[in-house]
Design a protein around this ligand. Structure first.
Ligand SMILES: Nc1ncnc2c1ncn2[C@@H]1O[C@H](COP(=O)(O)OP(=O)(O)OP(=O)(O)O)[C@@H](O)[C@H]1O
Ligand SMILES: [Mg+2]
Length: 461
């Protein structure tokens, strides 16, 4: 088979975030602290050395396995500059242009230091050349700062099947032996994320109001925004309120194309079309906006919604669904099949009745999943008699996850300016509450409350 063609396609600078950070001390130890030396090492990436014949054959096989990787965030911590260069080459490969890749030096020690106060991304690649016991001891320390949802790939020096099996058994997704080629790394990442038999990688979080106008969309948009900012991982927000959706307004985006185009031709929806239809709000947040026009009749069946959402879930780690307050087969299906359901209600009788009915139905339809989370919104409107939160808890068996006071100034300013409340001056408790909710629904822990994480994966937690 022919040698894989060299990388020719232009890389979308916006999509790929390759940093190559160096640790002077470490380089010093290896006699590489001299900047010129290091620069020349990096420069050598432009003209790769001719690989040996066996490497070409291996890479030809691997090119079949290496498939485009979805929009995940990957942090790599190398202990040798050679692996750093190979990872950098892998990061600029066309198959990784959707992923956000950062390459650092410093190996496992640097990774442990980094994640003491930060959230771990979707995938962490760590290089450690220690032998068996020391490697496990180092991984144990890493486990203390690693989120359970994060996958870990280890690069070591020891070519030992026993070690490989032991690491896989204890929760590591892949163990590779250096020296490596870029394609080996890409193929391994693909094997973790692009397995056709694996369930979709995207976690879907559906937001719906107990009645109209309760603030469900506002909360969905803020939680999506907080997740993309706080976790620094890709979130796609889908505005399913085709005629009246407000996501475009809330993010100050003028979207002419979006979810309606995908729904009318789901068979055409692939990575390329998805890129065209998505509006990029920030580095990590993209929007599948509703057209918000009234002259377009979209009377689609449940299967159409299902197939479009499935495709998006296969491409992004987190999908936030802004579900309108209507009751149709497809809205029910979206609620029943999402990983999380967030029900927003105001403290009045109609909301209480609807919350109870929706919770009962959703619970019955998905008995093995977590029950919907309840957000009580617009609480404390002056002079308005309100139903207390304990009545909601008694009627539904669910304690509200978040209670948001009525704050016309804060929410009104944000809505009219097309901003998030976190960007507008005002009640910090509300902002903190929304941030906390975003971590809760993402299944991740905020850095300050990190606990054992991967320890449990290693069977020690
Ligand atoms: N806690 C709050 N205090 C004051 N105003 C709020 C609060 N939460 C939301 N709002 C405002 O309430 C209005 C309705 O919000 P939103 O559109 O998010 O509700 P919804 O439940 O999605 O409505 P719809 O049924 O139309 O989809 C918006 O103007 C929003 O700014
Ligand atoms: Mg809405």
């Amino acid at each position: 088979m022919a040698k894989p063609a060299p990388q020719e396609q232009p890389i979308d600078e916006e999509d790929i975030d390759v940093e190559f950070e160096t640790d002077e001390d470490e380089l010093d130890q290896e006699g590489l602290a001299d900047e010129d030396n290091y620069a020349s090492l990096l420069e050598s990436t432009d003209e790769p050395e001719e690989p040996e014949l066996s490497a070409i054959e291996n890479d030809a096989d691997l090119s079949l396995e290496a498939r485009p990787v979805p929009r995940i965030t990957i942090h790599a911590y190398c202990s040798s500059p050679e692996t750093g260069v190979v990872l950098q080459r892998a990061a600029s490969d066309r198959r990784l242009t959707k992923a956000h890749v950062t390459v650092h030096m410093g190996g496992l020690a640097a990774a442990i230091g980094q994640y003491k106060h930060a959230t771990t991304p979707n995938l962490v690649i760590v290089e450690d050349h220690s032998h068996h016991e020391e490697l496990f001891a180092n991984l144990l320390k890493f486990a203390e700062v690693c989120d359970p949802a994060t996958k870990v790939m280890v690069i070591g020096k020891t070519n030992d099947v026993g070690l490989y099996r032991e690491l896989i058994k204890q929760g590591v997704s892949e163990y590779l032996v250096s020296p490596l080629t870029p394609l080996q790394i890409i193929a391994s990442i693909s094997s973790i994320y692009v397995d056709p038999a694996a369930p979709p990688i995207g976690r879907s979080i559906a937001f719906v109001g107990a009645k109209g106008g309760v603030g469900s969309s506002t909360i969905a948009h803020h939680v999506g925004w907080c997740m993309s900012e706080g976790l620094e991982e890709d979130v796609t927000l889908i505005d399913l309120d085709i005629p009246f959706g407000t996501a475009g307004l809330d993010f100050n985006q003028d979207a002419t194309q979006g979810i309606a185009d995908a729904l009318t031709s789901p068979e055409r929806l692939d990575d390329v079309l998805l890129d065209r239809l998505l509006v990029k709000c920030t580095d990590h947040l993209s929007l599948f906006a509703s057209p918000s026009v009234l002259d377009r009749d979209l009377d689609l069946d449940t299967e159409t919604y299902e197939s479009v959402l499935e495709i998006v879930r296969n491409m992004v780690p987190t999908v936030v669904l802004d579900v309108p307050h209507i009751w149709t087969p497809w809205t029910k299906h979206v609620l029943f099949t999402s990983d999380e359901v967030i029900l927003t209600a105001t403290p009045d009788l109609a909301s209480l009745r609807n919350v109870k009915n929706i919770v009962d139905l959703v619970r019955a339809a998905r008995p093995n999943d977590s029950p919907p989370r309840l957000v009580l919104n617009q609480v404390g409107v002056p002079k308005r008699p309100e139903i207390p939160e304990k009545d909601f808890a008694e009627a539904t068996g669910i304690e509200p996850s978040l209670i948001i006071p009525f704050d016309a100034q804060l929410f009104g300013t944000a809505a009219n300016n097309g901003q998030m409340v976190t960007e507008v001056a005002g009640n910090n408790k509300i902002k903190e509450g929304l941030k906390k909710l975003s971590f809760d629904v993402s299944g991740r822990e905020p850095p300050e409350t990190k606990n054992k994480g991967l320890l449990s994966m290693l069977g020690i937690g």
